[in-house]
Design a protein around this ligand. Sequence first.
Ligand SMILES: Cc1cc2nc3c(=O)[nH]c(=O)nc-3n(C[C@H](O)[C@H](O)[C@H](O)COP(=O)(O)OP(=O)(O)OC[C@H]3O[C@@H](n4cnc5c(N)ncnc54)[C@H](O)[C@@H]3O)c2cc1C
Length: 375
Amino acid sequence: MKRRHLLAAGSAAMALPAQAMDFAAPHAPAAIRASVDRIVDIAVGIRPFRAQGPRIEAERRFGKALVHHYGHGGSGWSLSWGSAQRALALVQASGARPGDRIAVIGCGAIGLTTARTAQQAGYRVRLYAKDRPPRVHSSAATGLWTPDSRIVANEHASDTWQDGWEAMARASFKVHQSYLGLPSGPVEWHDGYVIADDGFDTPLPGHAGEPEYPDLYDRIHDLRPQGRALAPGEHPFRSPHVRRFTQLVFNIPAYQRLLLDDFARDGGELVQRELHTPRDFARLPERVIVNCTGDGARTLLGDAGMTPVRGQTARLIPQPEVGYAVIYRGHNCVALPRRDGLLVAAMGEHDFGSADLQPDRAQSEDAVRRLASLF
Ligand SMILES: Cc1cc2nc3c(=O)[nH]c(=O)nc-3n(C[C@H](O)[C@H](O)[C@H](O)COP(=O)(O)OP(=O)(O)OC[C@H]3O[C@@H](n4cnc5c(N)ncnc54)[C@H](O)[C@@H]3O)c2cc1C
């Protein structure tokens, strides 16, 4: 099955079987205090969508090995570690030896995990970035395990490509698990509810300009518990169509901070620098460079296969008593129980192709009101 559009949570939460494993009904969960005066911050970021899928390939340029590693769409956090392992293999193939210093350009999810993966393999790493967290697009992400969200256009998803994606998703998943149980909680598991007023068989409306995406999630369905449909009385919502799922959640600020701290502890250097043209790669002293510039690659390299996809998240005052996520299907609204706030993602009709970084408060307020209508 192909779809025009995946809700930010990806197909994962949508494709739950109607009857599955037997869960005990949860205790009545605390209601989300969905009110617009609880919005404390709104962040806008760009998903670096590349129709052919992420570019992970090496070229020789200016006498250097240049490893490109960008274009992870709506899946960058989810796929980061597995993708970094593939980029590392290219660094190793370039002839660089452990102990050598390499450059990583970019300090988002992809740059940070690439830098850490290279350090763990014995390289010394210098990170160059125009901006660092929290001023990178990765900081605006929702924080769900969505390895299949806007990651490739259907026409480019050959079987070989899908095999590579699956290997990347599995490798990434494994590393994320090693971040469970830490005091700052960079990675946690949470239950969630998908709510569909009109039932789950109603197709989601297409969004302007979006290509067809392949259905990838079945390949990794074993990586999390199966969900199930809930009967009225088993959930706190007004809607009759509710399913429960269990999902990996990334507490983005804690995750970024930990990665930065670990990077520095292992001798990593961070240099603030913007590259304006590909010639600027030549000016760096390192002979092996990994280009993790995300949407920045669109202008830096003029990659015509890249499309910016705007996204906006609002944070409501944290509610530690709320431990579940909500996906309001067909209403473009996702809520996540993050430690830094109750995160509410809002999807706009014209996000695809838009690089507009201006926050739209009305859009987030609408999403919060739609959420409020559920309780
Ligand atoms: C609203 C929203 C919600 C999302 N939700 C999820 C989610 O739930 N799960 C998930 O897995 N993914 C999610 N994503 C996608 C994920 O955030 C992206 O795939 C990820 O941020 C890409 O990371 P990146 O490191 O490639 O890019 P970025 O975070 O943009 O980092 C790029 C880095 O390169 C630097 N740079 C760029 N150009 C230059 C230059 N010319 N010179 C020097 N430095 C440069 C930047 O300063 C920055 O440091 C979401 C994205 C958005 C916007």
